[in-house]
Design a protein around this ligand. Structure first.
Ligand code: PMP
Length: 335
């Protein structure tokens, strides 16, 4: 039988639920009313999420992944009839959902270092009459982020909504969650799919000012988060599954991976490894399809962006080591 594929392409956690958490959940799953629809407001789940992040539950909406919330966000925003300011590169679904909702977008390119230039972004958005800014912070795929202060400056200066997708913020410490206000213009999205390691459950959250929250609630389907996800999610936000240890281990693995990748490509023209504060690393090579194909041949799956960009998710130590070894082998063949 062929060896299992090493999946380092979707920025998932390499850790599934621990045995202890599975045991703890068994009771709740046993008691579940399988014949009944879920709570449309996901109250227990939102209570547990809000307690974990110390936000006001009244400002929170839960979704079938933050993907669903992004779709609802676009539908809610479409009525403004103004363009949306994105950045490039960023999470590709922003543009897709905007188009589906009939929202026009513009995208400010990241700077030479792969970072978001806050003042330039603001100026471009204002010049184009945009009513909303949306960006991931830290950024997928670049792996870098805008400081908390930089985000708050944007929100203070922009006359419209500023939506910050903090899908990877559990790996960093620059969240603005505590600055969302009922009457403010700052909104934050979070997900259970990354550091919490619960991608299978499809759990996303929006911490939103009241107007946007009401618009998105009115648009959502009534039973958008399954009872299973609500029950499991509420237990795991109440009692996270080795969260701090797992984050520390992923971050340590990323630092090691980054150093190994930098060592491999040092002095090679056309290669560049970007710094990261997330659970993945973005890097550029002269011929990304060739390296991607080679890795696939080794049953290692990463994510390619165009002809030069690649993104690798930090996996288990042995998975990272297999990836580094494969890149080293590839480079040896192409001196
Ligand atoms: N935002 C960003 C920046 C992401 O990278 C992803 C997943 N790749 C999502 C949102 C969607 O996450 P989910 O739907 O699993 O919550």
């Amino acid at each position: 039988m062929a060896p299992e594929k090493i999946r380092l392409n979707a920025n998932e956690s390499p850790f599934s639920l621990s045995g202890a958490s599975r045991e703890r959940l068994a009771h709740a799953l046993n008691d579940l009313a399988y014949n009944r629809y879920p709570d449309p407001e996901a109250r227990d789940l939102i209570r547990a999420f809000s307690a974990h992040y110390r936000v006001a539950p009244a400002q929170v909406i839960a979704g079938n992944g933050s993907d669903e919330l992004l779709q609802l966000l676009m539908l809610a925003y479409a009525k403004a009839g103004k363009p949306l300011a994105l950045t490039s590169p960023d999470f590709s679904m922003y543009d897709r959902y905007a188009r589906l909702a009939g929202v026009e977008t513009l995208a400010l390119p990241k700077d030479e270092a792969g970072r978001l230039d806050g003042p330039a972004y603001l100026a471009a958005a204002q010049a184009a009459g945009c009513g909303m800014l949306l960006f991931s912070n830290p950024c997928n795929p670049m792996g870098q982020g805008l400081s908390r202060e930089g985000v708050l400056d944007l929100a203070a200066a922009f006359d419209g909504l500023v939506v910050v997708d903090e899908a990877y913020m559990d790996f960093w410490d620059q969240s603005v969650l505590d600055r969302v206000r009922p009457e403010g213009n700052l909104a934050v999205l979070r997900t259970a799919s990354k550091a919490f390691g619960l991608a299978a459950l499809r759990l996303g959250f929006g911490v939103l000012p009241t107007g946007l929250l009401e618009d998105m609630r009115a648009l959502k389907s009534p039973y958008n988060v399954s009872s299973l996800s609500q029950v499991i999610g509420s237990q795991l936000y109440d009692q996270p599954d080795q969260l701090a240890d797992r984050i520390a281990s992923i971050v340590a693995g990323r630092e090691k991976l980054q150093a190994a990748l930098e060592d491999l490509v040092r002095g090679r023209p056309g290669y560049r490894v970007y710094p990261s504060v997330t659970n993945f690393i973005y890097f550029e090579v002269p011929d990304a399809p060739a390296l991607d194909d080679y890795l696939q041949g080794q049953r290692i799956i990463i994510r390619r962006f165009g002809d030069r960009g690649l993104r690798v998710t930090c996996g288990l130590p042995e998975e990272n080591a297999a990836f580094i070894q494969a890149v080293a082998d590839f480079l040896e063949r192409r001196p």
